[in-house]
Write a protein that binds this ligand. Structure first.
Ligand code: C2E
Ligand code: CA
Ligand code: CA
Length: 423
């Protein structure tokens, strides 16, 4: 048996042969866990390879010494680890809680080496079918689950199911469509208005992207965002959308029209690029678009990791004059203390608030209290997902007068948007 010289864990080949023998034992139950460290290369880049190596050795020590029921483990490559674990039961909630606890310990360990990074650990689990003999296929399934866990900050791990295979197949279909549309510049950018309930006038719009397949069918973001995030291509999409709206705003200015502010979604991945702030400013300057006409939407969950680094970049964007909003506020583990430290102008309350508030008086009180506090600290508030006049009336009574939702309009193509709202 050979060992990985850096970590002392097995090599990938030896792991496969050892695990391959183990899982043939039908009297026992096993799970394969695949794990990797998000954005590990930033540890190498920001702190040097020695620190990167220390982190990998810490992780290996943890796997060897602290993982209950571990049978064998390897570092398959870079920051990717595989473990064969014997299991007594497959009770979902227990596995989730246990994984969460273990992950917290590893994150704390990494934090001691590289305090400004605090990366996430992605974990995928596959419960080996009794008598399954194909260890390579089993490892592949754990890896499919691991990749699905990427970017989900409040899900401790993903357990493999056949459904995930569908997602993987979907990615394989989506990526060529994205490549093709990107090259041909045929990605659609739709706009959804944000309306003031008081004046019934438009106060802004959000840009949302759509892909189109060969047959001309519109593919919604729910079917492509995850695949683009997993492959890093989301960065290209977001810049595509940004340059599209910059051209649109410039066109309006040239035509003598006072532009509205248009927001776009900036995926978390951008924040790990050292040039993200310059890149955004450069695009706005190239199109000669004053920054007050652009608003950057950053999802709430982004702020849970690497807070200092992200807060600093967001601050630079605001200092330049862009508006910044926290998107989907209330959809995850939001906290009020987070709002206190975020350098943002706007809070976009997630659509779940509106729906829950109508269902239960307590949720309604919560939303009302939240809006009161946000108003007190003078943040602009937008309620998303307002679909009916009753919902609008409710959020108005709670103190929020800016709404985005199907009540006024869905996201619509730009030409339709222009004829309805601009001209
Ligand atoms: P989001 O940023 O929260 O955008 C709002 C989503 O809510 C949009 O879905 C919009 O169509 C939907 N929506 C608006 N009003 C209502 C309503 O009254 N009821 C309901 N049920 N839904 C409403 P869409 O366009 O499907 O986009 C989904 C998500 O995909 C977006 O959520 C955003 O996170 C992501 N996304 C879309 N385009 C881009 C993009 O270009 N870049 C990035 N990074 N993410 C994008
Ligand atoms: Ca958004
Ligand atoms: Ca949102």
């Amino acid at each position: 048996m050979q060992n990985d010289s850096l970590t002392g864990l097995l090599t990938f080949e030896d792991f496969l042969s050892q695990a391959g023998v183990e899982i043939c034992d039908k009297s026992k139950a096993y799970m394969i866990a695949a794990a990797d460290i998000t954005d590990f290369h930033f540890i190498n880049v920001n702190h040097g390879y020695d620190v990167g190596d220390d982190v990998l050795r810490d992780a290996a020590d943890f796997i060897r010494d602290c993982l209950p029921n571990m049978i064998c483990a390897c570092r398959s490559h870079s920051d990717h680890f595989l473990m064969l674990i014997s299991v007594q039961d497959t009770e979902y909630e227990r596995v989730m809680n246990e994984t969460q606890r273990l992950k917290e310990r590893v994150k704390e360990m990494i934090g001691r080496r590289a305090s400004d990074i605090s990366p996430n650990i992605n974990v995928g689990l596959y419960f080996v079918e009794p008598g399954e003999e194909n260890v390579v296929a089993a490892v592949d399934k754990a890896n499919v689950a691991r990749r699905t866990n990427k970017g989900s900050y409040n899900i401790p791990c993903v357990v493999y199911s056949e459904h995930l295979m569908d997602i993987k197949e979907n990615s394989a279909k989506i990526l060529p469509i994205f490549d093709d549309s990107f090259r041909k510049e045929s990605i659609r950018v739709y706009l959804q208005p944000k309306i003031s309930s008081e004046t019934k006038k438009i106060i802004g719009a959000e840009a949302l992207s759509r892909l189109v397949d060969d047959e001309g069918n519109i593919i919604p973001p729910a079917r492509f965002i995850a695949a683009l995030e997993q492959t890093g291509r989301i960065i290209e999409l977001d810049f595509y959308v940004l340059s599209y709206i910059c051209r649109l705003i410039r066109k309006w200015i040239n035509e003598g029209i006072e532009p509205i502010t248009i927001s776009f979604n900036l995926s978390r991945m951008h924040f790990f690029s050292s040039t993200v702030v310059e890149d955004i400013i450069k695009l706005a300057e190239e199109h000669n678009v004053p920054p007050q006409y652009l608003e950057i939407e950053v999802t709430e969950s982004v702020f849970f990791e690497a807070q200092e680094m992200i807060v600093a970049k967001v601050q630079q964007l605001r200092d330049y004059g862009f508006k910044v909003s926290v998107d989907d506020f209330g959809s995850g583990y939001s906290s009020l203390s987070l709002i206190g430290v975020l350098p943002v102008d706007v809070v976009k309350l997630d659509k779940s608030f509106v729906k829950e508030s109508l269902k239960s008086p307590r949720s309604g009180d919560l939303m009302k209290g939240l809006i009161r506090i946000l108003n007190e600290i003078q943040l602009e508030i937008v309620c998303e997902g307002v679909e009916t006049p009753e919902e609008e009336k409710m959020v108005n009574e709670y103190g929020c007068s800016e709404v985005q939702g199907y009540l006024y309009d869905k996201p619509i193509p730009t030409d339709e948007f222009e004829s309805k709202y601009i001209k």
